[in-house]
Design a protein around this ligand. Structure first.
Ligand SMILES: Nc1ncnc2c1ncn2[C@@H]1O[C@H](COP(=O)(O)OP(=O)(O)OP(=O)(O)O)[C@@H](O)[C@H]1O
Ligand SMILES: [Mg+2]
Length: 114
């Protein structure tokens, strides 16, 4: 099992969601997050406390898939749906996942996903 995390522009939420629905991904989790990339940000001291004023709102998707074939398919789908070509389009990460369980049935591993 492989977990894919993608951080994309807020305004790409619907595009990415419908692109993933179109390839029939079984489940997604979406988060509202704050982040910065290579352009970094800067910090400011406000009332004696250093605060980050450069974190921008982004949307994070988490998707767990059962094979490398699906991993590549999901990554390509997100890349195409989230692309504008301007800085700040986001990033896609993936990594091996140890376990999964469907709570209702106690199925584990691949069975929990499909
Ligand atoms: N190395 C990283 N680790 C964790 N999150 C990251 C990393 N790089 C980017 N992100 C997340 O992705 C979001 C978008 O990053 P961004 O697209 O600006 O990356 P970038 O490397 O600066 O690319 P670009 O030059 O296209 O802007 C960030 O706000 C942050 O949430
Ligand atoms: Mg950037």
């Amino acid at each position: 099992m492989i977990k894919i995390e993608a951080i994309v522009r807020e305004e790409k939420l619907e595009d990415v969601k419908s692109a993933l629905n179109a390839i029939e991904v079984n489940g997604i989790t979406v988060f509202q997050v704050m982040g910065c990339g290579t352009q970094k940000g800067y910090t400011e001291v406000v009332r004696g406390t250093t605060v980050d004023v450069s974190l921008l709102p982004k949307v994070k998707f988490e998707i767990v898939v059962s094979s490398e074939e699906w991993e590549q398919k999901v990554i390509k789908t997100i890349q195409e749906a989230a692309f504008t070509g301007k800085i700040g389009d986001g990033k896609i990460f993936s990594y091996d996942l140890r376990s999964a369980m469907r709570i209702r049935t106690c199925e584990t591993g691949y069975d929990a996903l499909n």
